[in-house]
Design a protein around this ligand. Structure first.
Ligand SMILES: [Zn+2]
Ligand SMILES: [Zn+2]
Length: 319
């Protein structure tokens, strides 16, 4: 009896371990060793594994890849492909196929707009595929050690060495590739403390990273330096640079233009004012959420990564 029982237990243990191993095979180390008591990050990893990644040609030799994670800009040419952002790690197959569908240029360079997993998840495999990685120095700092994001209730382990940017800068960096000038500029802390914009000068294309979410309420990462006031400042900086003819690539959402960026800025400012006023009156977060300060945009903007309640909570924390 005892033998049968322990054999049964062993079998169950074996099955459990087998199941884990099967799950582990589908996920990269980042996901495997992450500790989480929330569903957002694991949900993102799961979603990105099957989400479609579409290619949209923009201007000259520049395209954008739109999938479940952050938008990837792709610059092609004789110097090889240069990517701005690397998506969620589990999107590897889809991103790889999308890149191959543009042309056969090898992958040579990767720029991270900030350190978050939905923009750096592909760093390791893209590095293995031939990309050198460039980012603002805080991206390297956060990827180099265990980092907790309270807003996602998730602790990220240090990234593997191949995923760490090999070149970093503090404020500005300019480079030339494939006949294009790229101006990289660090924002003062906005969505995180590692955000940069990437301006493709000749093509008149501006990648904002996650300082701009087009059609979705943004996430604000207070754990690594973000704040609602910083987000508003970043949109002011963007509006000072973006012209009517520019194509604006947001961190998330459809490719947009200056008018959409201005709408988003007004939305941030308006929500901040309303939430701050109610908070000053002594209202609790629950009471403010119930007052629906973002009612006019909830149907369109609240259906993505952040619900109206999440967004109001992020604003509440910073006012
Ligand atoms: Zn993002
Ligand atoms: Zn982000």
């Amino acid at each position: 009896m005892v033998t049968t029982e322990s054999a049964e237990i062993s079998r169950r243990e074996f099955l459990a371990v087998g199941g884990l191993a099967a799950a582990a095979a589908c996920l990269a180390p980042t996901a495997l060793f992450a500790q989480s008591d929330d569903v957002l990050v694991p949900g993102g990893l799961k979603e990105a594994a099957t989400a479609k990644v579409t290619v949209q040609a923009l201007r000259r030799n520049i395209s954008v890849l739109l999938g479940a994670g952050g938008n990837i800009a792709v610059l092609t040419g004789p110097d090889g492909k240069l990517l701005v952002d690397a998506e969620i790690v589990t999107a590897r197959e889809k991103v790889s196929a999308a890149l191959a569908s543009i042309n056969a240029d090898p992958i040579k360079q990767l720029i991270n707009t900030h350190w978050h997993f939905d923009h750096t998840g592909g760093n390791e495999w893209l590095h293995e595929a031939g990309a050198s990685i460039l980012a603002q120095e805080n991206t390297r700092n956060h990827l180099s050690k265990e980092t907790r994001v309270e807003g996602w209730k998730h602790t990220f382990p240090a990234a593997p060495s191949g995923a760490i940017p090999s070149t970093v800068f503090k404020e500005d960096h300019t480079l030339r590739a494939n006949g294009t000038t790229l101006i990289l500029k660090h924002y003062s802390p906005a969505h995180t403390d590692s955000d940069i914009s990437v301006h493709f000068v000749e093509a008149n294309i501006f990648h904002t990273g996650d300082t701009f979410w087009n059609g979705y309420y943004p996430f604000i990462d207070y754990s690594t330096g973000g704040s609602i006031d910083g987000m508003i400042r970043a949109t002011e900086v963007d509006l000072g640079k973006v012209t009517d003819k520019m194509i604006v690539i947001p961190g998330h959402g459809a490719v947009g233009d200056k008018s959409q960026l201005a709408f988003y800025r007004d939305l941030l400012v308006d929500t901040r004012e309303k939430v701050a006023t109610l908070k000053k009156q002594g209202k609790s977060l629950d009471e403010i959420v119930a007052a629906k300060p973002t009612a006019a945009t909830d149907a369109k903007w609240g259906g993505g990564f952040r619900s109206p309640k999440d967004f109001i909570g992020d604003v509440f924390q910073g006012v």
